[in-house]
Design a protein around this ligand. Sequence first.
Ligand code: SAM
Ligand code: SF4
Ligand code: SF4
Length: 341
Amino acid sequence: MNAQPQAVVPAPLRDRRQRPLRDLRLSVIEACNFRCGYCMPADRIADDHGLDSAGRMDFDQIHTLVRAFARQGVTKLRLTGGEPLLRRDLPALVARLASIEGIEDVAMTTNGTLLARHAKALREAGLGRVTVSLDALEPTLFARLSGDRGRIEDVLAGIEAAEAVGLPVKLNSVIQRGLNEDQVLPLAEHFRGSGHVLRFIEYMDVGTCNGWRAGDVVSSAELHARIHARWPLRALDAQYRGEVAQRHAYADGAGEIGFVSSITAPFCGDCHRARVSADGQLYTCLFADRGRDLRPALAQGEDALADAIAGVWQARADRYSELRGSPRASGRRVEMFLVGG
Ligand code: SAM
Ligand code: SF4
Ligand code: SF4
């Protein structure tokens, strides 16, 4: 009997800590229509903040970039910003990216204010799911947290529109001590039983413009205790290795809720994520001080780009969250609105 020729399966790309490259978080725009204090405080980042929109990659460049990442093992793509819905013709980009071989999942993180307008086109283009960031339901507080630029009604309308077109929705909330702590139970109550999973993300020391202080963090353990006291929770197993949220079910059957403990329980050992800013800088850690400019390789084409990505990933040893507080972890860090979370 003749043996069938075996397909050559490339060895997965691994970094210096043996972590494969699986996820790409791609910022499509550095601008935002909000000025959240933990990300882009209005007194630090002016409306005309001097970022260079001319440096943004165009759709052809982004397409080539994602193809090169897919060749290196990326299966999950998340579009982010700044505010991704400010990028003109985003559905056309989503359609191109969703059809790339190897990309199994295209998601987006948004502040939700423009979602009602674009949900249908995004769904039709192949967007698989959306995460809406929402830190308060109380209208005045919501407006304040957005830097007096957002309205809660628009975000809730965006969530409804996503639901109406069959786009699965998750919610991300960041709670800061003394600022929006009183929103924890209202947020949990609002989304219990809705079918949408709410996840609390610990406030992180990303970038340097937010003036982060450890005392402003409300830990996952504390948030869990508060919610559990009101609606008992039961821990769920992780769905896959490297899942960042600790998942819990409401014991009364009202669905699921999650906690992401980037500060109190770092998960660097399972970090499979690369980040690329809108101007083509590759960051191998959310807390990196600088990126690697992929545009020179991009100009040479997909093969050169795939090689450049491999070189950067194989040299990667990042584990900032495990070193937080040590002298090695101090100093300059990229801002959140450039790498998108
Ligand atoms: N503008 C979009 C949005 O807000 O969803 C996408 C970009 S935003 C940078 C991505 C996520 O980062 C949001 O869920 C936001 O809450 C989160 N974020 C921003 N600054 C943060 C910080 N210092 N700590 C934790 N999460 C933060
Ligand atoms: Fe904009 Fe999102 Fe940053 Fe808020 S968290 S300022 S919505 S990029
Ligand atoms: Fe990944 Fe860096 Fe976060 Fe660790 S600190 S989980 S390496 S992004």
